[in-house]
Design a protein around this ligand. Structure first.
Ligand code: GDD
Ligand code: MG
Length: 339
């Protein structure tokens, strides 16, 4: 199996800790950067590849050095074009190197996984299912109508079993539904959250790009083995995520989903961070349920405040009402416009 880490995202919703030149996967929010934790897990599955942005080259090389993993192959993209071109380019490079029949497991670089042993077991099982020419997704039991995730509706009949794990064929994949749809999905009960991990055979994914994204594949299939013309190709390729470009277009038989619990969290927002860690000690007067992500050795007190998230860094301070942390991206957009 070839583990692949996608790490070119900018993590704007975790501003002001996550910055353009230091995105969240490299930030020390949980003791160790999520990129390090992802790399360490991937090394247990095979010889990893990383696809990331050229702007993150220094951080990536440093991270590999610190983990004595300089043998990892890195593809540097000149600009971010989201995850579909990143995966297409990776498949083309693997094909050029004769890895057509290899199984690839795609991992986002910004997730927290608490139960590593359970996780590794699921990924090995997913590779078995993917060998039968299905794109395998891992499904998480949804706990609230999140609009930032993909939802996978599974069929009732299982495809394959391994101990307590069961792979199901899929009715449909829905990326980032609106709130009303997300609520409907949750109430129906047959939907899982997409964990953002995809396992597939290289030749199978290429056939799906040929079928569902012929224009993109035509462009990417010109990629040279040394990636020297990636810049030229990327200047023309459409920016789109794999979820919209491929996953939503597949029929259920081309897809499989393994519902699994392995302590997964997408650390996508300050609300998520506040539910995963205690934060700094706060002296609350006439208030409660506040969360502070702040500086060492600084005292924090709040009076008459409830359900507030404070993010305090050297050059920026942000206060968020709990439940609204998806809107941090608007702050980042506004700041970018002022530049
Ligand atoms: N190389 C590269 N290039 N990587 C990228 C790029 C890019 O242009 N854009 C994003 N990534 C990386 C991010 O760093 C992250 O590790 C991963 O690809 C996923 O991208 P996100 O931007 O974080 O996706 P998302 O969170 O909105 O949605 C995805 O993940 C959810 C679960 O966390 C989807 O797959 C959803 O369906 C899923 O529920
Ligand atoms: Mg994400």
């Amino acid at each position: 199996m070839i583990p692949v880490i996608l790490s070119g995202g900018s993590g704007t919703r975790l501003w002001p800790v996550s910055r353009q030149n230091m995105p969240k996967q490299f930030c020390d929010i949980f003791g160790q950067p999520l990129q390090t934790l992802t790399l360490q897990r991937s090394l247990k599955l095979g010889q990893p590849w990383i696809v990331t942005s050229k702007a993150l080259e220094t951080l990536t090389e440093l991270n590999l050095k610190q983990n004595q993993a300089q043998q990892v192959r890195v593809v540097y993209e000149p600009v971010g074009k989201n995850t579909a071109p990143a995966i297409a380019a990776l498949c083309k490079l693997l094909q050029s190197q004769g890895h057509n029949d290899e199984i690839v497991a795609i991992f986002p670089s910004d997730h927290l996984i608490k139960e590593e042993e359970a996780f590794l077991k699921v990924v090995h099982f997913a590779a078995e299912v993917a060998a039968e020419n299905r794109v395998v997704t891992l499904g998480i039991t949804p706990s609230y109508p999140e609009t930032g995730y993909g939802y996978i509706q599974t069929r009732a009949v299982g495809l394959k079993e391994n101990g307590t794990l069961k792979a199901y064929s899929v009715v449909k994949f829905h990326e980032k539904p609106d709130l009303q749809k997300a609520k409907e999905f949750i109430s129906q009960g047959s939907f899982s959250w997409n964990a953002g991990i995809f396992v597939f055979k290289v030749s199978h994914m290429i056939s799906l790009f040929e079928k569902h994204q012929p224009e993109m594949w035509k462009q990417i299939s010109n990629l040279k083995e040394d990636s020297s013309n990636l810049g030229e190709i990327y200047s023309k390729v459409q920016s789109i995520s794999i979820d919209y470009a491929i996953m939503e277009k597949l029929n259920g038989e081309e897809l499989a989903c393994i519902p699994a619990e392995f302590g997964w969290s997408d650390v996508g927002s300050w609300d998520a961070v506040s539910s995963l860690q205690k934060g700094k000690d706060v002296l609350n007067v006439l208030g409660q349920e506040n969360f502070v992500f702040g500086e060492q050795g600084k005292h924090y007190s709040m009076i008459g405040m409830e359900d507030v998230i404070v993010v305090d860094t050297k050059d920026a301070l942000m206060l968020i009402k709990k439940g609204l942390s998806q809107d941090v991206r608007h702050v980042v957009d506004a700041l970018n416009q002022q530049k």
